[in-house]
Design a protein around this ligand. Structure first.
Ligand code: NDP
Ligand code: GUE
Length: 297
């Protein structure tokens, strides 16, 4: 049997179209345009591509995009001063500080200096706490996008066994919180997990976010399971070129799973679409409008 390929690219385009409609309605009723500010420190080439894509898609959704590129040796105080300025700017509804930050910068300090209401990444400690406590929060984009794909496929996730591979603050932990909120039975596996293959084989839903190219083999997957591959790994081919692969061995997964997200074209585009969705949500909340329909967790 061959698994279904979950088309994250197409799904993300649909989300962006809905965001664009929401932005148009927001402008008409409120008389101003929602805006997203992105702060990039340093010249990491992968980050540059990603930031450029975000900029283009933000404009396509009808929002304002403010890019702030700072040199890698920018003092921490200057970064904090920029964030303060963006916090106070009424034209800015969402703020994203691209990670990783250079070593001389305290990333936690910078993340928590962003106003929690404008924290469209959902990384601020009060959003982390709010999500954990089941309160209204800004939800991290990658887990939110993954959840949307799962809900689209299954409707209700209630009672399903979900295994999240990876326990980072930006993907693994918030993913587990969202699955728990949707009444899955959630297991979080990580580098110290014993017999990780057997743990994964118990999953109806397997979310891989480890950053290890093709670590999840076909034998790790329960027949018919839904596999969400968050990993983005650039590897060298035998011909000396590079290509992107996920944390899941795609060809093997296709033989066993019920559905698999590809890399590229799976979770990645959903992350950016959810960033735009979160920015619209933040604009709604800033003026006391109800959350936009179908774009939140
Ligand atoms: N598609 C998208 O939009 C995004 C994709 N990514 C990608 O997702 C992947 C994960 O990112 P991120 O969460 O930031 O990564 P981190 O490096 O922060 O976390 C990786 C996690 O995987 C666990 N892990 C590492 N090696 C193993 C192993 N051999 N066995 C079991 N667990 C292991 C680590 O365990 P421990 O805690 O024990 O060390 C850790 O919890 C990366 O490929 C990244 O590029 C990230 C963000 C967005
Ligand atoms: N504050 C912050 N928030 C983030 O959300 C954040 C971050 N920092 N730092 C880096 C990671 C990584 N990330 C990706 C988003 C989209 C794609 C994406 O669109 N990928 C395309 C392909 C891209 C390509 O071809 O290189 C795809 O999978 O189809 C990838 C990676 C967000 N991150």
């Amino acid at each position: 049997m061959t698994a279904d390929v979950i088309d994250g690219k197409a799904f993300a385009a649909g989300i962006r179209a809905r965001v664009a409609e929401g932005v148009a309605a927001f402008k008409a009723s409120q008389g101003f345009t929602p805006g997203l500010a992105v702060v990039l420190v340093g010249e990491d080439p992968a980050s540059q591509v990603y930031v450029r894509n975000k900029h283009r898609q933000t404009l396509e959704a009808g929002m304002e995009s403010f890019e702030h590129r700072l040199p890698a040796d920018t003092p921490q105080a200057d970064i904090l001063a920029l964030v303060e300025k963006l916090n106070a700017d009424p034209a800015v509804n969402g703020i994203l500080v691209q990670l990783p930050l250079p070593d001389h910068v305290d990333a936690d300090l910078v993340i928590n200096s962003v106003s929690a209401d404008k924290d469209v990444d959902g990384f601020h400690i009060s959003n982390v706490g709010r999500l954990g406590a089941g309160l209204k929060a800004m939800v991290p984009c990658t887990p939110l996008g993954s959840l949307m794909l799962l809900r689209d496929r299954h409707g209700s996730l209630s009672g399903m066994n979900a295994v999240v591979l990876g326990r980072s603050n930006i993907v693994g932990k918030p993913m587990a919180q969202l699955l728990l909120k949707d009444s899955c039975t959630v297991t979080i596996a990580h580098s110290r997990t014993k017999d990780i293959e057997a743990v994964c084989r118990g999953a109806d839903i397997l979310v891989a976010a480890v950053g290890r190219p093709e670590m999840v083999r076909g034998s790790w997957i329960r027949p018919g399971a839904t596999v969400i591959d968050v990993g983005i790994n650039r590897i060298e081919t035998p011909e000396g070129k590079t290509r992107l692969v996920g944390d899941v061995h795609f060809a093997e997964a296709m033989e066993v799973a019920g559905a698999v997200t590809p890399v590229p074209g799976g979770v990645g585009p959903m992350t950016i679409a959810c960033l735009l969705a979160n920015t619209l949500t933040s604009a709604h909340r800033s003026v006391g409008l109800p959350d936009p329909e179908g774009l939140t967790a």
